[in-house]
Design a protein around this ligand. Structure first.
Ligand SMILES: Cc1ncc(C[n+]2csc(CCOP(=O)(O)OP(=O)(O)O)c2C)c(N)n1
Ligand SMILES: [Mg+2]
Length: 415
């Protein structure tokens, strides 16, 4: 058989994407195009997804560099609501700082911070109604803080103490608060997406009015569950908001690995005919406006929306991680979308609704409130001191009727 001699002679190799810089290098985000605030149009909620494909490649932004709210996505919140939002973000940041310190003091085994990502969960929460359900990961505690869940309960869980609502059964920070629209966190990432779509489908099957929100990180979008969830959401037009928090890192793996050749994470939605939007995740106003748009679509039975929040994980992945091993220390300060707390603060000052003095005063008040909650939680025990969940609790809450082998074990344990 005649054969081209060159065919089959090319040595094959894999393409392994690499981050732009590694420790010791100078951080460089010049390859991240940042559109001007106010420049991305706001379509009607019943838009044909084919007409807004551009939105999967741009970034919706409201706050400009001078702290003004501009463009068609501005105006979804009053000054009073923005002040409340600022307080939520500041509270989450303070909560994080105290719990991070508590971990270093040996009061808990583990903690995960939100530094830099506070706007995402805090602003999103304000677009939901009572009865809606989030399927969160470990970096959306802002859903609880902004939803009014008691901080003491969160701390009791972190300390695995005698008041731990989850009785020591979950890793610290893996909260569960059904009445606050916060489904039990699963450590198996991306399960959140299939569960959120399933919950949303059940809501629609029952002709209910509640909507669901699923949460996934950039890295976790590589899981099969992410794609399976999009198939079901697309086919049945489930009333769900599918949130991808792109904080640039999945522990030590940069986002280019999970993103692959798709350009952006939002662009994944296009192949499924799901409207896909990218938003500045460090812009409280933009996050809220986009969440509200997506929630309205779901509530009007128009189906799912995929949202990519472009943000940056400023802190370590968890208390077990040391980012200096894989990225330059100064990378977070080079991040071009700024700090969500400082940006909202600047906006409120420019509106005349806030000032440096009031900000300082609020910081002190919030610190007092968080410390008071911490003292109360610690009075019920910490990891190695004070009260613990009882051994009896181990046998409760799983079976409506306890099987005989567990009853025997409980008797043997003498509880
Ligand atoms: C299915 C699954 N695979 C792997 C892990 C281990 N793991 C825990 S966190 C993490 C990184 C996730 O990164 P990303 O999805 O970007 O979320 P982020 O931590 O940045 O918020 C990994 C791989 C896990 N928990 N679940
Ligand atoms: Mg990530």
């Amino acid at each position: 058989m005649a054969r081209d001699a060159s065919v089959g002679n090319t040595p094959l190799s894999l393409h392994v994407p690499e981050p732009e810089v590694r420790p010791g290098g100078t951080p460089d985000f010049s390859n991240v195009p940042i559109p001007k605030a106010g420049s991305v149009p706001r379509p009607e909620i019943d838009v044909d997804p084919r007409d807004i494909r551009d939105l999967a490649y741009s970034i919706i932004r409201v706050l400009d560099r001078d702290g003004n709210a501009v463009g068609p996505w501005a105006g979804t919140l009053t000054s009073a609501e923005l002040l409340e939002g600022l307080r939520h973000m500041m509270t989450l940041r303070t909560f994080d700082a105290r719990m991070q310190m508590a971990q270093r003091q040996g009061k808990t085994s583990f903690y995960m911070q939100h530094m830099g990502e506070e706007a995402v969960s805090c602003a999103f929460r304000q677009a939901l109604l009572p009865g809606d359900m989030n399927f969160p990961t470990y970096r959306q505690a802002g859903l609880l803080i902004a939803g009014g869940y008691p901080m003491v309960e969160m701390m009791n869980q972190i300390y695995s103490n005698e008041r731990d609502p989850l009785k020591g059964r979950q890793l610290p920070v893996m909260y569960s608060a059904k009445d606050f629209g916060f489904f039990s966190i699963s450590g198996n990432l991306a399960t959140q997406f299939i569960q959120a779509v399933g919950w949303a489908m059940a809501s629609a099957i029952r002709n209910d009015t509640k909507i669901a929100a699923g949460w996934v990180g950039d890295g976790s979008t590589a899981e099969s569950d992410f794609h399976a969830a999009l198939v079901f959401a697309s086919t049945y037009r489930a009333p769900v908001i599918l949130n991808i928090v792109n904080n640039q890192w999945a522990i030590s793996t940069f986002q280019g690995i999970a993103r692959g050749g798709s350009g952006t994470f939002a662009a994944r939605g296009l192949g499924f005919g799901i409207p896909a939007l990218r938003v500045d995740g460090n812009d409280y106003l933009a996050v809220h406006a986009v969440a509200k748009w997506a929630a309205e679509r779901a509530r009007k039975n128009l189906g799912p929306t995929l949202v990519e929040y472009v943000t940056y994980r400023v802190g370590a992945h968890s208390t077990s991680d040391d980012p200096s091993a894989y990225r330059p220390k100064e990378e977070s300060s080079a991040w071009p979308l700024g700090d969500p707390v400082l940006r909202l603060k600047a906006h409120l000052i420019s509106l005349g609704a806030w000032s440096e003095e009031r900000h300082k005063q609020a910081e002190a008040e919030i610190l007092d409130t968080v410390i008071a909650a911490q003292k109360e939680a610690e009075s019920h025990g910490t990891l190695h001191a004070g009260g613990k969940p009882s051994v009896r609790d181990m046998f409760e809450g799983v079976y409506a009727e306890m099987p005989p082998h567990l009853r025997r074990q409980r008797q043997q344990a003498g509880v």
